[in-house]
Design a protein around this ligand. Sequence first.
Ligand code: GUN
Length: 282
Amino acid sequence: MVLLDGYTLARLKEEALRHEIQTLQQTLQFCPKLVVILVGTDNASVLYVNMKAKACARVGIDCVLQTLSAQTSQKELLNLLDAHNRNPSVHGILVQLPLPKHIDTRRVIEAIAPHKDVDGFHPLNVGRVYSNSLYTGFLPATAMGVMQLLEHYNIEVKGKDVAIVGASNIIGKPLASLMLNAGATISLCHILTKDISLYTKKADIVCVGVGQPKLLKADMVKEGAVVVDIGINKVEGKIVGDADFEGLKDKVDFITPVPRGVGPMTIACLLQNTLHAAKGCA
Ligand code: GUN
């Protein structure tokens, strides 16, 4: 079994980005700027936005973290986004999800200028991924990170059977689009799927991202499969994924660890998207 080491690959990516940003600063005298907006104090979200801000600092991206009260109105948030959209010194805008219940998430995502939408969640960017017209726009960072990790380990996707467990807008759906664009045959399983193992058992590559520890067990995959664990859960103070790593590790050919698998790749891809925005490529 080979571990798909996202941590090391992410550090390599960051190093390349840091160099590129340094050159950009020296030649054009400007610094990529990302605004990260957090509404409320959800523990996991606070952790994630802090990790994003630290990663920006490592590569030389100016990250402005705006923490708003959980009582912030939708109108206030939309006004703030409007100001950032108009500000030419802001290259990327990210609103951390989930938002408090009184705010309409779709309205907020649609209010981010598509060329600053470094999450790739705006319908225009979603459509570009869906229709495989990516000459411009952004790929959602987690799906992009998974594809780059597989590519780095020379794991071919073309012609393969891929099962994705979890059909969220953030992970499962964009990942299914990228896999399809790369020539895989996709089974996209979700909460109403009658028997997930029917799909995972025949898959060459199984990706799981639903937030349920030990959902994917050894008897649900075939011998020699590739397992990509996108889950992040806290169990008894430890971070674990959605796959039963101990049970799977002797049966599969490749598996991502959690932590240090997909998570660091997501952050590195967000940095890549921010640089892409700053260069005016989106
Ligand atoms: N919440 C969980 N993952 C993400 C992400 O990738 N982007 C944003 N904005 N919020 C999230």
